[in-house]
Design a protein around this ligand. Structure first.
Ligand code: F3S
Length: 62
């Protein structure tokens, strides 16, 4: 599974990082970024939950 954050949509709500810190981090500007190219084994469900909870719908998981 891969996760991506669309930088044009991200507004820095940080829910991705709060919900799935194994998958997402925040950059210096407080915007979401993906830590690893592949979502770590066992973190798929929280990656999906983070995507559903992003108010800007900036996260894609597939
Ligand atoms: Fe950005 Fe959404 Fe995370 S707005 S910081 S990708 S919760």
């Amino acid at each position: 599974m891969k996760a991506t954050v669309d930088p044009d949509r991200c507004q820095g709500h940080a829910r991705c990082w709060e919900i799935a810190p194994e998958v997402f981090d925040l950059d210096e500007g407080g915007h979401g970024l993906v830590l690893t190219a592949e979502v770590p084994a066992g973190a798929e469900e929280i990656a999906r939950r983070a995507a559903l909870n992003c108010p800007e719908r900036a996260i894609t998981v597939r």
